[in-house]
Design a protein around this ligand. Structure first.
Ligand code: WTA
Length: 650
């Protein structure tokens, strides 16, 4: 963060190439933003008109943050799948490529799927789901690799009005089981295996493990690698067999704007991950509009977002945003360093990618491998770059701008969250000068506000907790099955406002700089994780008495996972046990939650009332021993010296 603050005067003007033919100049942004807050009904109705509505809404805004009740386009009816596919085919764009699939291995042929072909695929999947018994409103769990069938599965659910719950392919069987149970999902769609950097991921095997804990009616299995899997008679169906002979027509279900579209589980500061619910109409308008303006998409361009469909970025900016906008989106199955560290650039060159959207952690990792990997490839097709997921440090921003974007591609640093459905704060490429490390300006209709810990509103250039004071169409509506948790998590800290959980600084030019989470959520390689989740996994181990988990700065990942562990009486700590605990967390949650450090300690620093003093643990993990603050209120202040010593010894 220090670096960000020192560099705040660093302004990069809008490149001339970005001004040419832009859909939004600075004047237009100012005018549109003003209208979006002065006349939200008129503004959003106009944006909504780009979509096909089965019944046009007459009501646009209908929300309150106290009590919490959020609705948009309330009496409208539409189908987001029809908007993503049928609408373009009907407009004569059936031959336009919708998805370019680049497989894990560069030696495997790529696939180009037109809008017409994708529609046919989705109809086939939709009718197969119907044959399996899936009905409107049913929850369908999707556990797929990054292959077109993942997007097809999501769109097929949307077409028939089923609610998808995509579980990231890197999550463990336990995590799958928990999510299936939470949303009472009777159906699973998965692939036999996934491929990542030539390694096989046993997706069906993981589903089988999960289904030892919870049961479902049916599992639909897409054959991808052809690897060996077990099929349970009566429950599991091969997609290629079960879909044989299904109808080639399937009318899209007329969904009310407020009917749920999907559930996506995300981590918070307490408890197990929450099933964030997005509904149909507002999300459709929000993802189409943000995609169109943030990326300034022009027909014919190839757009590539490197996220996984298991995260919200994949939902909004691989599937729903680009397809509703009629774009050509690239889907990449593999990883940035396979077969070599130049894979991203090789793919950009091969498919002449124009818009490239990735995470700062990937940029930092590739930057470390040196410029030669980038120089090997012709990246002249690139017109615009984007980042998402965590703050980008100015060094990485500069490298991205110079080496990948050849000094003339604007970079959009898009701040948003699973709960916001789409971009909230970002510069617009043809409108705003960029400040490396700052997300920039609020998107249309977004009203950010900074408050102090007591909720007092902070004006002008200042730093505080980031809230949003008005609803926007893509806002999550509830937590599945627990509206009270939704209210408590997002609206109770500062009544009448949505609290993001992020800290933020606003500078004298009204640019917003996200400083990171102010709660117990950490951001590891752009993946959001609750420290409480890792703690619960650790204490499940039979030798662990207690644990406290904090984030610490990590050069590549942004933040790493630091675990303080107290063992049961009589158990001797050693390296073997540390390794075993690391593996334990991987198995419980998934590889993304792998602890970076495990430090054993005879006890955790607690207040006399028994509250763990995380502030102290955070400072120690950061190697910042000088500012531990007041430790006299600890029940056992002598623990601190031992913790520091333990930290120094690693
Ligand atoms: C962080 C991902 C700084 C932030 C879309 C937020 C960012 C959390 C940025 C949401 C950005 C996301 N700059 N921080 N451009 N984008 N974040 O739900 O802390 O996986 O609250 O959504 O990521 O993570 P989530």
């Amino acid at each position: 963060m220090q670096e960000t603050i020192e560099r705040q005067g660093d302004i990069v003007p809008v490149p001339a190439s970005a001004k040419e033919g832009t859909s939004c100049t600075l004047e237009q942004y100012n005018e549109m933003y003003a209208r979006s807050v002065d006349d939200p009904d008129g503004f959003w109705m106009e944006q909504a008109e780009r979509l096909d509505w089965i019944e046009k809404p007459t009501k646009v805004t209908d929300w309150s943050f106290d009590p919490v009740n959020i609705k948009w386009f309330t009496d409208g009816k539409l189908n987001i799948c029809a908007n993503a596919l049928d609408r373009h085919v009907a407009a004569g764009k059936g031959d336009t490529v919708a998805l370019i699939f680049e497989p894990d291995s560069p030696d495997t042929p790529d696939r180009k799927i037109t809008y017409a072909a994708l529609l046919a695929d989705v109809i086939k999947m939709a009718n197969t789901l119907k044959k399996m018994g899936v009905k409107k409103g049913d929850r369908v769990t999707i556990y797929m690799p990054m292959i077109p069938e993942g997007a097809v599965a999501m769109l097929a659910c949307a077409r028939i009005g089923a609610v998808h719950s995509v579980v990231f392919g890197g999550f463990s069987p336990d995590a799958i089981a928990g999510r299936i149970e939470d949303c009472k999902s009777d159906y699973v769609i998965c692939a036999d295996e996934g491929l990542r950097g030539s390694k096989r991921v046993p997706l069906k095997g993981n589903v089988d493990e999960a289904l030892k804990k919870v049961s479902v009616k049916s599992v639909l299995v897409v054959q991808h690698t052809g690897g060996n899997v077990n099929m349970t008679e009566g429950r599991d169906h091969w997609y290629h067999e079960y879909s044989e002979g299904v109808d080639t027509e399937c009318a899209p279900e007329a969904m009310n704007a407020e009917d749920p579209l999907f559930i996506l589980y995300t981590s918070g500061s307490t408890g197990s991950p929450k099933g964030v619910v997005h509904t149909t109409g507002g999300y459709a308008v929000w993802t189409e509009t943000t995609f169109r303006y943030t990326f300034d998409y022009r027909p014919g361009e190839v757009y590539w977002c490197t996220a996984d469909i298991g995260w919200v970025t994949g939902h909004s900016y691989i599937v729903y945003g680009p397809l509703q906008a009629g774009a050509t989106a690239l889907m990449f199955e593999g990883v940035p360093n396979y077969p070599d560290h130049d894979r991203f650039w090789a793919v950009c060159d091969k498919h002449k990618v124009n818009i490239f959207y990735t995470a700062p952690t990937a940029i930092r990792a590739l930057m470390r491998e040196g410029d030669a990997h980038v120089k090997k490839h012709d990246l002249s097709s690139l017109r615009l770059l984007g980042t998402v997921g965590e703050p980008i440090n100015p060094e990485a921003w500069r490298w991205y701008y110079e080496h990948v974007g050849h000094n003339n591609c604007p970079i959009v640093d898009t701040w948003w969250q699973t709960e916001t459905g789409g971009h909230m704060i970002t510069t617009l490429p043809g409108a705003h000068a960029m400040k490396p490390g700052s997300a920039g300006k609020p998107f249309f209709g977004v009203c950010p506000q900074l408050v102090d810990n007591d909720g007092a509103v902070l004006e002008g250039a200042t730093e505080g907790n980031l809230c949003i004071t008005r609803s926007w169409p893509g806002q999550a509506r509830t937590v599945y099955g627990d509206h009270d948790r939704f209210v408590q998590t997002y609206f109770a800290n500062y009544r009448g406002k949505y609290f993001t959980g992020d800290g933020c600084r606003r500078d004298e030019d009204d640019y917003y700089w996200i400083t990171g989470r102010v709660d117990d959520v950490i951001n590891v390689s752009g993946h959001r994780m609750g420290t409480a989740e890792v703690e619960s996994a650790l204490v499940l181990h039979e030798l662990v008495a207690e644990s406290a988990v904090v984030g610490f700065p990590h050069d590549i990942k942004g933040q790493g996972i630091y675990c303080y562990v107290t063992l049961n009486a009589g158990v001797e700590p050693d390296d073997e046990l540390a390794k075993a605990l690391r593996n334990w967390v991987r198995t419980e949650i998934g590889p993304i939650a792998s602890p970076d450090h495990i430090q054993f300690t005879p006890g955790l620093p607690k207040t006399r009332s028994g509250k763990i003093m995380r502030r102290i643990l955070r400072k120690i993990a950061e190697n910042d021993f000088g500012s531990l603050g007041d430790t006299s209120t600890l029940a056992d202040p002598s623990l601190v010296d031992g913790l520091i010593e333990g930290r120094l010894n690693r």
